[in-house]
Design a protein around this ligand. Structure first.
Ligand SMILES: NC(=O)c1ccc[n+]([C@@H]2O[C@H](COP(=O)([O-])OP(=O)(O)OC[C@H]3O[C@@H](n4cnc5c(N)ncnc54)[C@H](OP(=O)(O)O)[C@@H]3O)[C@@H](O)[C@H]2O)c1
Length: 322
């Protein structure tokens, strides 16, 4: 089958010839029609997940298509079903991909283009808010990278779960304008955000920060946490050195620091991946959450799409079509 991937860290995305994978126990095989792109693939290519296999790595954390085969001990799916899936072991940039049935969802009325961009950002955003973030009704939320794939759905899910004021940060005025349509009360520039957040919350600060940027943004986010405020770290888009945090200042100021990682969840609590994914997809079906696919590129242009993500110029979701 045709697949696209890289053979060395920071290498070109090239066509790789791969056998069609076989679904193991509890898995389904999907004939992929569309694959969603995620920043994790930028990290994958830049080596954050280690060296690629000698014959290359095929990235891709999510794909939509039609079930082509069903592994043993899988109930509820048949060949021909239209589905979308979170792929914990990558492999979405290919004609066929295997997915755990537990992370595979019927797409219902959803356009496969949209469905392809759904499982990873939805599960992540829902898990960040309801899991790590322990979002409570009326909570004030600050979301960094507000115009991105996770940022555009996180604000909508937060509203659906009862959040109060939601503030987003972005790198440019254009992105601020774009992100506003998803329901943010304010979208501000990340430069100097802490002072502006204090103004916007009348000095109180926020109950929850979703931070995928890291570095100074993470350090400054700690400064704008209200009493019992939570900082949920879940990415390192800026590729900054990690922070070293002392615990004493946290207990002296009633703050929490936590993390969210969908891969760890898939290994240690797969039932939560299914639960968060389903709950968020229900919000999409109920039209409370909208996924904005801003561009669809043919699979051979996967490298172009990844370069866009790496440069931080994307908005919403990018999708590859096969
Ligand atoms: N832990 C998990 O389980 C998990 C799962 C999914 C995603 N994530 C993380 O969540 C974040 C969002 O993922 P996504 O796929 O939806 O990506 P995205 O938000 O669409 O794109 C990443 C965004 O990060 C911001 N950014 C800040 N510094 C950057 C830099 N130096 N280079 C490039 N971008 C930079 C940019 O927004 P601005 O222009 O506003 O700065 C950019 O648009 C990513 O960091 C990803 O790693 C984590």
């Amino acid at each position: 089958m045709r697949a696209f991937g890289f053979k060395e860290i920071n290498g070109e995305i090239v066509e790789l010839e791969r056998p069609v994978p076989e679904p193991l126990v509890g898995e389904v095989l999907i004939r992929v029609s569309h694959a969603g792109l995620n920043f994790a693939e930028v990290q994958h290519r830049r080596g954050d997940f280690g060296e690629p296999e000698p014959d290359g790595d095929v990235p891709g954390l999510e794909a939509a298509g039609v079930i082509a085969a069903v592994g043993a001990e899988v109930d509820g799916f048949d060949i021909g079903d239209e589905v979308t899936a979170y792929l914990p072991n990558f492999g979405g940039y290919a004609e066929y991909a295997v997915a755990p049935a537990a992370f595979t969802y019927p797409i219902g009325d959803l356009d496969p283009v949209i469905a392809a961009g759904a499982p990873t950002v939805l599960t992540t955003a829902y898990g960040l808010l309801a899991g790590t973030g322990r979002l409570a009704s009326g909570d004030t939320v600050l979301i960094h990278a507000a115009a991105g794939g996770v940022g555009t759905v996180a604000v909508q899910i937060a509203k659906a779960l009862g959040a109060g004021q939601i503030i987003g940060t972005v790198s440019t005025a254009d992105k601020a304008e774009y992100a506003q349509q998803f329901g943010y009360d304010e979208v501000i520039l990340r430069t100097g955000f802490a002072e502006r957040v204090r103004e916007l919350t009348s000095g109180r600060g926020v109950d929850l920060v979703l931070d995928s940027v890291g570095g100074e943004t993470r350090a400054d986010s700690l400064e704008v946490l209200a009493v019992f405020g939570r900082l949920a770290a879940f990415g390192d888009a800026g590729n900054y050195p990690d922070l070293t945090l002392a615990v004493r200042p946290l207990w002296k100021s009633n703050k929490f620091v936590g993390g969210f990682n969908i891969g760890d969840l898939a290994r240690r609590a797969p039932e939560l991946v299914s639960k968060f994914g389903r709950a968020a997809l229900d919000l999409v079906a109920a039209k409370q959450v909208r996924i904005d696919v801003t561009d669809v590129l043919p699979l051979p242009e996967a490298g172009v799409a990844l370069d866009r993500l790496a440069a931080g110029t994307n908005r919403g979701k990018l999708v590859l079509a096969l």
